[in-house]
Design a protein. Structure first.
Length: 138
C-alpha cells in the first residue's frame, strides 16, 4: 500500500510560493535546509563567516536582552523561507517567554502591517499593547 503525502489537487497549497503562509506541517515537509549562509557581521556567536541554518538558530536563540538580525539577499534566494524556518524553530525550541510574530510584507503597505501586528498581539493576549496601535496610525 502506497502512502500519499498530499493529493495532486492540493499541490498549489503544498508547494506554495508564499513562504510566510500555509500550514506549518506542509512547510516543514517541503523545507530544504539552508546549508551555507554568509554572515556579514558576527557578534562572536559564530565560528566563521559561513554557517548552516541550525548553527544560525542556536546563535540567535541564546539568552539576551535584545536581538536584531537582518537577512538580505536577491529576490527569490530564500529570505522569507529562512525567516519562516527560524520562526518555527523558535516556537518549538526557543525560550517560553519569547513571542514569535511573522509579519508578511503585505504589499509593503505599512497600514496593513500595523493591522496584522495589532490582530496578532490581541490574539496572543496583549490587548493593552495592541490598543496602542490605534486606527489613527493606519
Amino acid at each position: 500500500m502506497a502512502y500519499v503525502c498530499w493529493k495532486t489537487e492540493d499541490l498549489d497549497t503544498v508547494l506554495s510560493l508564499e513562504a510566510l503562509s500555509g500550514k506549518e506541517e506542509l512547510f516543514l515537509a517541503t523545507h530544504y535546509p539552508v546549508e551555507r549562509l554568509y554572515i556579514k557581521k558576527n557578534s562572536g556567536d559564530l565560528a566563521g563567516p559561513y554557517c548552516d541554518q541550525d548553527t544560525l538558530f542556536k546563535a540567535l536563540v541564546r539568552e539576551r536582552v535584545h536581538m536584531f538580525c537582518v537577512i538580505e539577499g536577491i529576490a527569490g534566494c530564500g529570505k522569507s523561507h529562512l525567516m519562516r524556518w527560524l520562526a518555527v524553530q523558535w516556537r518549538r525550541h526557543g525560550p517560553d517567554k519569547d513571542v514569535v510574530l511573522l509579519l508578511p510584507r503585505s504589499g509593503r503597505n505599512p497600514g496593513r502591517m500595523i493591522c496584522v501586528l495589532r490582530d496578532e498581539l490581541t490574539r496572543l493576549g496583549f490587548e493593552a499593547l495592541s490598543s496602542q496601535l490605534s486606527s489613527k496610525m493606519i
